[in-house]
Design a protein around this ligand. Structure first.
Ligand SMILES: Cc1cc2nc3c(=O)[nH]c(=O)nc-3n(C[C@H](O)[C@H](O)[C@H](O)COP(=O)(O)OP(=O)(O)OC[C@H]3O[C@@H](n4cnc5c(N)ncnc54)[C@H](O)[C@@H]3O)c2cc1C
Length: 617
């Protein structure tokens, strides 16, 4: 059967051959696992995703949500897979087993996530919301808060949300006006309206735990005066049983372009003056706590971009192998020649190749982000920990923004491969395209990510973190140079990397000069070129791993036999495909990145020079 959602061979390649997941088992934290258990978990995740979650993608989109009397009903087709999700303990894969988690390495959990998100992320996020909110309670909560909430959240029995946005406080979180008043019993009375809250109200779980950003009365303006509160939909009694409804009312849900089965809710807290919250962490330090969740969520949203692309690519590939149109180029003028599958046409192959290299590069990048979290957890000392943390901090905006922007473009290209059918609801790619669009917007728009990259990340530790990143890329360049057939590609990646370093330096300095507005007008282009160079790094890395494997498979064969083996032997075809992916990206796409870097280095100021009237309208 054709592969759907994610190519298992590629998942295994990244897990075991590129990133050596088995080596993680040598660390005490993961000593209970081995390759066999990893494989079993990924197999089961794939089964659940394909058999139970994937069928909810179109069905959930068609059924949509029902909003009645302040309550939201999810599509009925979600109930069985959610029950299986909870029973199979698929929610808190990486959390401590003592707290209801599985203790799995983040790298391997990423492979599980690959299938779960790719099958229907509007569904899967119900389960993942529990964990994101739970993690903040695990790290910053009191013992009492952990006892009351953690297990129920990690096991998916209670859902979790993330409650920041208000009508006047979107990207500008510091402008929020939701307030909190301290009560004699230590709780806080919460009052305010929030909008756009994913999973803010639904009937999939018996309770929903809202982490709510609010300002304690009298606190300073801006982000410095924001605190974070645990606000349950149903109050939780000290013995853990459910109490009264907590005056959290859903006042509406959005009609959206996509993710029709994911409730995006307006919530009124304390309309009757009876909404109680528990302070999480310290007063006025809410953003620090929330940033913990936001960083994890940014990696997750990057994964949404990539997994949507992965699914769209496989659909398009399968379709291109079956759909017959036109004749082979060399038989264009032979009307009796048979129609051929569209995958035979060079222009369709170009689209598929473009999608393939981005899906593969993004899989490696997203998994690399997960590996960095494992490396931070397993670090031998503080210096090593700081090294990996720096890399993760630097790459987080790139993972979020690049994978969501490219993810959307890959889905769009999939529609193109299908032709007119791709634009219809009969085929899945139009939904993937609609559903993934929000990923570039929420969790900090991609423009805000670019400002973070330019304004904070590339200058971290006086540029040392960026230098460390360049060092990591150069390690792969050196390995590629040692393989004769890859030496030329290695030179090109090195050249692009050095140019990226020069561009970062130039833009960083411009950002601190009088021309800072022009610098920030180039923040998004910079983020994009950094993403391109990261793709080249990841694809070269893949080629470095695949090259010697291919040579072993083809050893002692003459040219014809090599060609024959590449055409027929699955592994030979896969490894050969890796080398061609690297060649295509580095030789055909990376030169365009050089052009984009030229433009950034020239720092044209027209964007900021334009008077508002000049925009017309
Ligand atoms: C489906 C959906 C689900 C959501 N889920 C949640 C959720 O669960 N919890 C939650 O709290 N929120 C959620 N959101 C809200 C989401 O995070 C915000 O929509 C997003 O952060 C952008 O805020 P905004 O819509 O007010 O846009 P604005 O902040 O008004 O931004 C508009 C444009 O201006 C740009 N911009 C704004 N400020 C700046 C600046 N300083 N510099 C440069 N450019 C800037 C932005 O990049 C964007 O392009 C969700 C939204 C949607 C649509």
């Amino acid at each position: 059967m054709a592969q759907v959602i994610a190519d298992r061979r590629d998942v295994d390649f990244v897990l075991y051959e590129q990133f050596d997941a088995e080596a993680l088992c040598g660390h005490a934290a993961y000593a209970d696992f081995n390759r066999k258990t990893f494989d079993l978990i990924v197999d089961e995740a794939r089964q659940l995703a394909v058999k139970e979650i994937l069928p909810t993608l179109a069905a959930g989109d068609r059924a949509g949500l029902v909003f009645e009397d302040g309550q939201v009903r999810v599509p009925d087709c979600f109930r069985r897979p959610y029950k299986l999700f909870v029973e199979g303990e698929w929610t808190a894969l990486t959390a401590d087993p003592g707290l209801g988690g599985q203790g799995l390495p983040f790298l391997v959990a990423q492979a599980v996530t690959d299938y779960q998100l790719g099958a229907n992320y509007a569904f899967t996020l119900f389960g993942f919301g529990c964990v994101g909110a739970g993690e903040m309670i695990e790290i910053f909560g009191s013992e009492e808060q952990k006892r009351l909430f953690l297990k129920k959240m990690y096991t998916g029995q209670w859902a979790g949300t993330m409650v920041l946005t208000e009508p006047e406080a979107g990207s500008d979180v510091g402008a929020l006006t939701t307030s909190a008043r301290r009560q004699p019993d230590g709780t806080y009375l919460i009052s305010g309206s929030k909008i756009f809250i994913s999973g803010g109200e639904h009937d999939l779980t018996e309770n929903i735990i809202h982490p709510v950003l609010a300002r304690i009365e009298g606190a300073p303006a801006g982000t410095k005066g924001i605190s974070l509160f645990i606000v349950p939909k149903i109050w939780v009694n000290p013995d853990g049983t459910l109490g009264e409804p907590n005056d959290v009312v859903c006042t509406g849900i959005e009609e959206k372009m996509g993710i029709h089965a994911s409730p995006t809710c307006s919530l009124a807290f304390g309309g009757k003056g009876q909404c109680r919250g528990l302070l999480l962490g310290e007063e006025n330090r809410g953003m620090k706590v929330m940033f913990r969740m936001m960083n994890a969520a940014r990696l997750l949203v990057g994964a949404i971009g990539f997994t949507s692309a992965s699914a769209a690519y496989l659909y398009a590939l399968n379709y291109a192998r079956e759909r017959r149109q036109g004749r082979d180029l060399e038989k264009t003028f032979e009307p009796d020649a048979p129609q051929v599958p569209i995958i035979r046409h060079p222009d369709v192959r170009r689209m598929l190749m473009w999608m393939k290299v981005h899906v593969e590069g993004m899989r490696s990048l997203v998994y690399y982000g997960a590996l960095l979290i494992d490396k931070i957890k397993c670090a031998a000392d503080d210096a090593e920990r700081a090294h990996f943390q720096g890399l993760l901090d630097l790459l987080t905006p790139v993972i979020k923004a690049y994978c969501t922007d490219r993810g959307f473009e890959v889905c769009s290209e999939a529609v193109q491969v299908y032709g007119g059918y791709g634009y219809t609801r009969e085929y899945p790619v139009e939904q993937l395209l609609r559903d993934v669009r929000i990923a570039s917007i929420y969790e900090g728009t991609n423009g805000i990510q670019a400002m973070d990259l330019l304004g904070r990340k590339i200058g971290m530790q006086k540029g040392q973190v960026f230098m460390n990143f360049m060092g990591e890329v150069n390690r792969i360049v050196a390995r590629a140079r040692a393989i004769e057939s890859l030496a030329d590609l290695a030179d090109k990646v090195e050249k692009a990397l050095n140019r990226l370093g020069e561009t970062a330096m130039h833009l960083g300095q411009t950002a601190m000069s009088e021309q800072f507005r022009a610098a920030f007008a180039h923040a998004t282009p910079f983020q994009e070129v950094m993403g391109d160079v990261v793709m080249a790094w990841m694809l070269l890395w893949r080629a470095v791993v695949a090259g010697p494997q291919l040579e072993t498979l083809l050893a002692d064969l003459d040219e014809d036999a090599r060609r024959e083996k590449i055409a027929r032997h699955k592994n030979a075809a896969f490894y050969h495909g890796q080398i061609l992916s690297a060649r295509y990206f580095i030789n055909s796409l990376l030169p365009v990145t050089h052009g984009k870097m030229d433009a950034i280095l020239a720092t044209e100021t027209a964007v900021v020079d334009m008077p508002e009237a000049g925009f017309g309208g």
